[in-house]
Design a protein around this ligand. Sequence first.
Ligand code: MN
Length: 245
Amino acid sequence: MDRRNFLRTSAGAAAGLTVMSALDASSAKATPPRLLIDDVLSQKYPFTLPALGYADNAVEPAVDAQTMSIHHDKHHAAYVTNLNKALETQTALQGKTLRELLTGLATLPDGARNAVRNNGGGHANHAMFWTVLAPNGAKAPSGTLAAAIMRDFGSVAACTAALKAAGLAQFGSGWTWLVRDGGGKLTVRGSANQDTPITDGGKPIVGVDVWEHAYYLKYQNRRTDYLDAVLGALNWDTAASAYGA
Ligand code: MN
């Protein structure tokens, strides 16, 4: 059974039938998917945890349901809670969007900068992760994004290999990213902790969490197996929407 049939079958067996139908590949092609990352970057204080938008088991076997549930409901939620705590007394920052906070980190007061860097970054980065894990998307890039990947990496395989290498090279907690710079060029890079390419003016196209909490329950210490599975499960439709024209 391929993944799409697996998802339809499991969706029919679970309560998530309505959600899964709404995310069906045929409707996704007619209407470009709305990106969770864009919603979250537009948020202002008080920030809120967005719904995942799909069932906890929708990305199995790459991401098991228990990891997905804890990761979204506990880890991501904690970044949102702590970001709100950090801004509780920073009234001058409460009117700023998350994008403005992250791109303006250097200008923030000393009492808020690190908390916004860590928790604001965590909020945005996880929204990006959920965006590119959304089920039922294209298995390979197409259109403008595919052309840009060919131009800058030579092949899709070389691009995903670079994402994997950056994820493996990230010592300790962090992320691996496919980023569009201001000129449209694509690069792969890692980041530590919850640092985000958004702060440096980059536009994340793909972001994969390599903190141990993202994979330890299923993969234990095997980050390489986790990266193979997740990079093989990416939704290239949402990545293409993030890339834009
Ligand atoms: Mn995480």
